[in-house]
Write a protein that binds this ligand. Structure first.
Ligand SMILES: Cc1cc2nc3c(=O)[nH]c(=O)nc-3n(C[C@H](O)[C@H](O)[C@H](O)COP(=O)(O)OP(=O)(O)OC[C@H]3O[C@@H](n4cnc5c(N)ncnc54)[C@H](O)[C@@H]3O)c2cc1C
Length: 438
């Protein structure tokens, strides 16, 4: 049977309340600073620019609504301590590499916490870490070794067996798990983004439904950006486009979009709460690519995300309806007591990936800077690296900026049909390999 179409609507955004609305920009404009993209990266960059340059003109544009792209569509895991791959921490070189990244993750997690606290953002921020878990032991290589190595490095990790998982989660789907604390947190991402928007310094001029169509570097530094109905000449530009970089010809042979889809149920009914033993909110990730992300949210809903695909043109409503069936299947496996129609919202979003898991943090030309491509972990890193990029673009430096600049750059990828073929085969393989974890 062909599934009926499903409207693409982020449940997080729908439940976050009314967003401030901003005008569309047209005409010929000139500015000291232009930030392109109003997700976590762009919002953080604009905020920091206003702190550093209170007299300058600062413009922030987004092709749609501020904070409602991937930043209002993600699963809300704020990463402060990444889970290492199996064997990553076995050698001195592996540990040194991990620690270089770890410094950025740790600062990123702390920056999210600082903003939530300082700005008083009500986003269900929960600092109690989250869990990686599987059904099949073979899908979680070196579980105990990874836990030991994380604890040796000053982390906070604990192995959970099936009984411990059942008691913590209120469901019996998972058998082998690893809880990681150490600053890892969960939050309602759209409320966090909305809180950042609500608290933007008034000096920042925000424009929505204002798409950068081309970006042409100026000989003297900065760039001229054309819009559908106008242009902006900017002395300095910070690009926070993440998965949309290639569409504007940026890093086309380095980074690529991955389409994810997610569903959020209605709140649990009293009998369903009983079934789950009134478990406290939790977040669950899969240690292998292609596995499911699941959350029991603070407002007692279940989030389910179990697809990752290369669909650069996006997910149509018809495709989304099919993905929703896969979410229903994932829910059935874990929460058999939930009826089929428990899902209230289903949506898609683009994350940005590179082949070697590296991010972009660099000057593209004099006065034009880009930060992005966080490989699915950009809630905290985007928030930190947007801020650091504003500082770097302002001529400041710090150990974290040096660290970010020194990280390995995204490696080369082919473009065109060859890449499409490779990406579809690779992601399809990962989804099949993780089937037991859907
Ligand atoms: C379903 C899903 C689940 C995820 N889960 C997590 C998670 O749990 N934890 C985590 O850390 N990360 C997660 N991610 C990734 C995370 O959402 C991103 O890394 C993060 O949002 C990146 O922020 P950003 O500001 O760089 O980019 P975005 O949030 O993508 O913002 C870019 C903005 O640029 C705008 N834009 C695009 N083109 C133009 C243009 N031409 N002109 C002007 N504006 C333009 C867009 O409208 C958008 O608002 C997930 C992503 C998805 C899709």
């Amino acid at each position: 049977m062909t599934p009926a179409n499903v409207t693409d609507r982020s449940g997080w955004v729908a439940l976050a309340g009314n967003y401030r609305a901003f005008p569309q920009l047209a005409g010929v404009n000139k500015t000291d600073w232009l930030v392109i993209g109003g997700g976590f990266t762009g919002l953080a960059a604009a905020r920091r620019l206003a702190e550093l340059h209170p007299q300058d003109r600062i413009m922030l544009i987004d092709r749609k609504r501020l904070g409602q792209g991937a930043s209002g569509r993600n699963s809300g895991f704020a990463v402060a301590m990444e889970m290492p791959g199996p064997g990553d921490l076995n050698s001195a070189k592996g540990r040194a590499d991990y620690l270089e990244h770890a410094a950025i993750h740790k600062a990123a997690g702390a920056e999210v916490k600082r903003l939530v606290t300082d700005l008083g953002i009500a986003c269900d921020y929960d600092p109690n870490g989250y869990i990686f878990a599987v059904r099949e032991r073979a899908k979680f290589k070196a579980l105990e070794e990874r836990a030991r190595a994380l604890n040796d490095l000053g982390g906070e990790a604990k192995v959970l067996d099936a009984a411990a998982l059942k008691s913590r989660l209120g469901i019996s789907f998972y058998n082998h798990g690893l809880w990681i604390g150490a600053g890892n947190a969960l939050l309602q991402p759209a409320r966090f983004a909305k809180g950042l928007i609500d608290n933007l310094p008034p000096q920042i001029e925000c424009y929505e439904n204002t798409e950068a169509v081309t970006i042409t570097p100026n000989g003297t530094g900065g760039a001229t950006v054309t819009l559908a109905q106008g242009s902006i000449q900017a002395a300095r530009v910070i690009i926070g486009l993440n998965a949309f970089m290639p569409r504007l010809g940026i890093k086309q042979d380095r980074v690529f979009p991955i389409s994810l889809t997610a569903s959020l149920t209605r709140p649990l009914a009293p009998a369903e709460e009983e079934e789950m033993g009134r478990a406290a909110p939790w977040g669950m990730l899969c240690p292998i690519e292609g596995g499911a992300t699941v959350r029991l949210t603070a407002d007692r809903r279940i989030l389910m995300r179990n697809t990752a695909e290369y669909e650069p043109a996006g997910i149509s409503e018809k495709m989304l309806a099919k993905r929703r069936e896969w979410h229903e299947m994932g829910l059935r496996h874990r929460f058999p007591f939930l009826p089929k129609d428990a899902i209230e919202f289903t949506w898609s979003g683009h994350m940005c990936a590179s082949r070697n898991w590296s991010f972009v943090f660099e000057a593209l030309s004099p006065g034009v800077f880009a930060a992005g491509c966080y490989n699915g972990a950009g809630l905290a890193r985007g928030t930190l690296l947007g801020k650091l990029m504003a500082e770097h673009a302002s001529g400041e430096t710090s150990p974290l900026i040096k660290n970010a600049l020194a990280q390995e750059k995204p490696s080369w990828i082919p473009t065109g049909p060859l890449f499409t073929l490779i990406a579809k085969i690779r992601l399809g393989h990962e989804l099949r390999r993780a089937r037991s974890e859907h």
